[in-house]
Ligand binder design. Structure first.
Ligand code: ADP
Length: 279
């Protein structure tokens, strides 16, 4: 019953990744983001990762959490997410009410990196809760318990923000944005994207990687012609993995790069043409 309740309330949607022994998750830098992030962490400044979906923001953070040897608490924000989902709530257990910390509170106490992915999707009361964590106070107010807790010295707050998604009604306030160190991401340069696709696919043949990345970059150009989502690095990695699993290049492109991003027959045809010209 409690599990069901938690599920419905979204409590289980967050994930805690403890630092693991061994190599950091593979991440190929696009610029100086590793240095900037390390400097921000040294000063415990909150960071905002900006950029389109599937360009490597989450992977970057997984990599950095490993490098800095911090646990990573990830919360995928959605439109029903409230400040209680982040901070915690009283739950009924038998006859008793017990307090359960939310993911943000756990990260604040344990000294983890807390990643609020697409924070702008969440209810606006969530930004109120994070404000005192983003300045010199480094405090989390827990209104329901009339408590204010000081953040662990290793705690760090990171949010992601996709500038393409915002509308007039849904955007972060400038006063919230300017509390963060901003790191701008975009799809990687061609040679870097090739190396990423090669590695993520588990070593797809170089000639296929080159064609796939070249075609993907062409397809990305259709973003300005009606495609809502541009062809992401993630989608290119999926296509490469499917090819490596034995699918024909065109079938892999259809499955990973065409069907997931459009239902419009004209756009499907335009994308087909681009991929056919390469394979
Ligand atoms: P985002 O968080 O921006 O939506 P992700 O970090 O989930 O994107 O990236 C999607 C996938 O693309 C990753 O799982 C990884 O396979 C690949 N990827 C993208 N950029 C990089 C990079 N710079 N280095 C390594 N892998 C990358």
């Amino acid at each position: 019953m409690k599990n069901l309740f938690n599920k419905l309330r979204g409590v289980e949607r967050d994930a805690v990744q403890k630092p693991v022994e061994g190599e950091a998750p593979f991440y190929l830098p696009q610029g100086n983001e590793v240095e900037v992030f390390k400097a921000a962490y040294a000063k415990r400044l909150p960071v905002m990762l900006k950029g389109p979906t599937g360009c490597g923001k989450t992977r970057f953070l997984e990599h950095m959490a490993h490098v800095l040897d911090r646990p990573l608490v990830t919360v995928s924000c959605h439109e029903d997410l409230t400040s209680s989902d982040l901070v915690g709530r009283f739950l009924l257990e038998g006859e008793e009410t017990v307090w359960q910390d939310g993911p943000l509170t756990r990260a604040v106490k344990e000294g983890a990196i807390c990643y609020l992915d697409e924070i702008v999707e969440a209810r606006t009361d969530t930004t109120v809760v994070i404000h005192p964590l983003t300045d010199h106070r480094r405090q989390l107010p827990i209104d329901k318990k009339s408590q204010i807790i000081d953040a662990h010295e290793d705690f760090m707050l990171v949010i992601s923000y996709n500038p393409g998604y915002q509308t007039v009604l849904k955007d972060l306030k400038p006063s919230t944005k300017q509390r963060f160190v901003g790191l701008q991401f975009d799809y990687p340069k061609e040679d870097i994207e090739r190396q990423i696709v090669k590695t993520e696919s588990g070593g797809l043949d170089d000639a296929l990687v080159d064609k796939l990345v070249a075609a993907g970059r062409k397809a990305r150009g259709l973003k300005d012609h009606g495609l809502e989502e541009a062809t992401s690095t993630r989608a290119l990695c999926y296509a490469a993995e499917l090819m490596n699993a034995g699918l024909s290049p065109m079938d892999a492109c259809r499955a990973a790069l065409i069907h997931p991003i459009t239902d419009d027959p004209e756009l499907v045809e335009a994308l087909e043409e681009i991929f056919r010209a390469h394979f």
